[in-house]
Ligand binder design. Structure first.
Ligand SMILES: O=P(O)(O)O[C@@H]1C[C@H](O)[C@@H](CO)O1
Ligand SMILES: Nc1nc2[nH]cnc2c(=O)[nH]1
Length: 291
């Protein structure tokens, strides 16, 4: 299926040019914040902040826990741009709209994309409040033909047939582990496979059992499209899932999942995630990385 919104290179460029005319910041790192995780932007100094509704061409956020602001700022000399709120397919956005900011970031000069999300645990050993470093993903909508890269390929961004093996940068994963160790929070840290489903409903028991059999560790409703588009245009990618709930895999006696609990757990872990992500950004140079 072809993306229903045709977006041309000029459209991305127009938004990028507008942002470049409004801020002196020239970010090398972009962060997309998941549900309830937008306070990561508060770590940035010398902020320039724009409501999505004021940015030409930008989609609008509709989900509780997604503030709908783009924040530019500095973290110990590293210039970053942070999305306080992302766009989801289940809000009715086409995947081109969901991933629109990523291509704009590329045109701003961003080289590294950090994505965070709230996700439900499928793995038995995971607990609420754990942080999962994403090793790989399963893009369920993509496997069924819902993919932001469908349609004419824009060669200025990347190739027609991009590889998706090794998308999540190994050096950044190792750096994240090291930082968690030095923060003394290794006991909360997992590493695994994130699966994107379309949402907005949480999983039925049978779906949860299926995901378990497929080797999924955590399930959510986002992230894979942004990661695909970032990787297609040559960005380095790092991703974190905050485990906000255990997905119900039994017909006996479990509490159903709800968005309020997702937001409550996000709030509980917000400080740790802030420290972890700022640590990664600050130490990227030490590891001789690109940003
Ligand atoms: O934006 P993310 O993926 O963090 O949000 C997750 C998926 C749904 O939007 C919401 C469900 O509570 O949290
Ligand atoms: N699909 C899905 N998305 C989530 N986001 C946060 N928790 C969940 C969950 O259990 N399932």
């Amino acid at each position: 299926m072809h993306c229903k919104d045709q977006i041309s290179h000029k459209d991305y460029q127009r938004t990028a040019d507008w942002l470049l005319s409004q801020t002196q910041h020239r970010p090398k790192v972009a962060i997309i914040c998941g549900s309830g995780l937008g306070m990561l932007a508060d770590t940035l100094q010398c902020q320039d902040s724009f409501k999505y509704s004021d940015i030409p061409g930008f989609p609008q956020s509709t989900v509780q826990g997604h503030a709908g602001k783009l924040v530019f700022g500095e973290l110990e000399g590293k210039i970053c741009v942070c999305m306080q709120g992302r766009f989801h397919m289940y809000e009715g956005h086409s995947l081109c709209k969901v991933t629109f900011p990523v291509r704009v970031f590329k045109l701003l000069g961003v080289e590294t994309l950090i994505v965070t999300n709230a996700a439900g645990a499928i793995a038995e050993s995971y607990h609420c409040g754990d942080v999962m470093i994403i090793r790989d993903h399963i893009n369920f909508p993509g496997l069924a033909g819902l993919n932001p890269l469908i349609g004419p390929n824009d060669d200025k961004f990347g190739p027609r047939f991009p590889p998706m093996s090794g998308v999540y940068d190994k050096d950044l994963q190792k750096l994240a582990f090291d930082i968690c160790k030095s923060m003394g929070v290794s006991q909360f840290v997992q590493e695994g496979v994130y699966c994107m489903v379309g949402g907005p409903n949480f999983e039925s028991v049978a779906e949860a059992k299926l995901l378990y059999k497929l080797g999924v560790d955590a399930v959510g409703m986002s992230t894979a499209p942004e990661v695909l588009v970032a990787s297609h245009c040559g960005m380095r990618v790092f991703g974190l899932s905050l485990i906000t709930n255990k997905v119900v895999k039994s017909y006996e006696g479990s509490e159903p999942t709800n968005h309020e609990d997702v937001l409550a757990v996000s709030k509980m872990r917000s400080e740790m995630l802030q420290k972890l992500i700022s640590g990664i950004i600050i130490r990227m140079d030490i590891n001789n990385n690109k940003a």
